[in-house]
Design a protein around this ligand. Structure first.
Ligand code: ZN
Ligand code: ZN
Length: 362
């Protein structure tokens, strides 16, 4: 058996082993990243149904070939007009069944539609079942994330020569997007963030047509998707000699990030890891300027479990892949964020990004 199909089977097994605890007979999968995770199907429309013994996938005619190539062991149904009509026609859900679904992603209209088609079935919202399984990556997934990170690192090296005064933020964003595709990525993980000068104090400033100027800080936050898997990296650099307080902020963020990376390992609580960076930044007097969480899981989605935040209840496990991205954003001065992707292993973590982290002065 090839390793990929082994892992798809084991993902389904993990979900099925929860049925008793969840008090469900069937799990309904309507969110495409979840369906891709469980089946390998990468189309944009489809419904999965997982029973204790079978897995069914219903999609439309555009995908009749693709779905057969990408999945193994799934019973496939194709319907040109309505996937729910097909489920009804095939009698996939009989009266009295308890059907679990992901309460975070199924929208109310869809749910009503399911209830209309299957009035005698009990639909039960469940949260984070698939997400929790997906938080622990297997070797095939880690290999894809590594490739995505390599592409992003390479793009960073390639665009360094573009980073100079008088160019627009959107021009840099366009170069990033173009190079991701040229280097084999499916596309950007999200629209690249290019935030210069005062805009760098916006943690998620999308690229605008503002022109980069000498003396400014510039934050680049970007990533790509490779075979469905995401990378996510942030670097901040200075155009011309930075002010003394900018250098202090930069060093504080870098030290906080390195301390968090050092502490990242299996067994640490996500909120304690967040505290490693947050307490250090607080000690340096910048606590009120660090206004987001330390990081998040990456995988088939750009933001997934485990979340590294004050509120998180997660404990890090071997196989989690997370970002570590502290930042300090001071209005009227600028912002600094440094972000790497790491794989949690036993006793330490592996940093995937190879792009330099010392303050680049261009
Ligand atoms: Zn990012
Ligand atoms: Zn991120």
């Amino acid at each position: 058996m090839n390793p990929e199909s082994f892992y798809f089977k084991s993902r389904l097994q993990k979900l099925r082993s929860q049925f008793e605890l969840l008090k469900v007979d069937v799990f309904l999968v309507t969110f495409m990243p979840h369906l891709r995770y469980l089946s390998g199907f990468s189309g944009s429309a489809g419904i999965g149904l997982i029973t204790q013994n079978n897995s069914y996938l219903i999609t439309d005619g555009r995908y009749s070939e693709q779905v057969r190539q990408e999945t193994k062991g799934w019973k496939i149904f194709i319907n040109q007009t309505d996937l729910l009509d097909e489920m009804q026609k095939q009698k996939l859900l009989r009266a009295g069944l308890r059907v679990g679904f992901d309460g975070n992603t199924l929208v109310i209209n869809q749910l009503q539609n399911f209830k209309k088609h299957f009035p005698k079935v009990k639909f039960l919202p469940k949260v984070d079942c698939i997400e929790k399984i997906a938080a622990v990556k297997d070797e095939t997934e880690i290999a894809k994330i590594k490739r995505a990170v390599e592409i992003t690192d390479r793009v960073f090296t390639e665009i360094l020569s573009f980073l100079k005064p008088n160019i627009r933020e959107v021009d840099i964003a366009a170069e990033i997007t173009y190079r991701h595709r040229k280097l084999g990525a499916d596309g950007d993980a999200f629209p690249p963030i290019v935030a210069s000068g005062e805009r760098s104090a916006l943690p998620h400033g999308c690229a605008s047509d503002k022109i980069l100027k000498n003396g400014e800080l510039v934050t680049l936050d970007f990533g790509c998707v490779y075979q469905g898997y995401h990378s996510d990296m942030t670097r901040t650099f200075a155009l011309g000699r930075p002010k003394a307080d900018v250098k202090i902020i930069y060093q504080t963020v870098l030290d906080a990030q390195m301390k968090a990376i050092e502490a990242a390992r299996s067994g640490i609580k996500a909120k304690d890891l967040d505290a490693v960076a947050r307490d250090y930044i607080k000690q340096k007097g910048y606590e009120k300027y660090f206004r987001h969480s330390l990081g998040h899981g990456i995988g088939l989605q750009i933001h997934e479990q485990p979340r590294l935040s004050v509120l998180s209840k997660a404990t890090l496990e071997v196989g989690n892949v997370v970002t570590i991205e502290p930042g300090i954003y001071v209005p009227n001065l600028g912002g600094v964020r440094i972000e790497d992707d790491v794989v949690i292993t036993n006793g330490f973590c592996e940093i995937l990004n190879k792009s330099p982290k010392e303050l680049l002065i261009l």
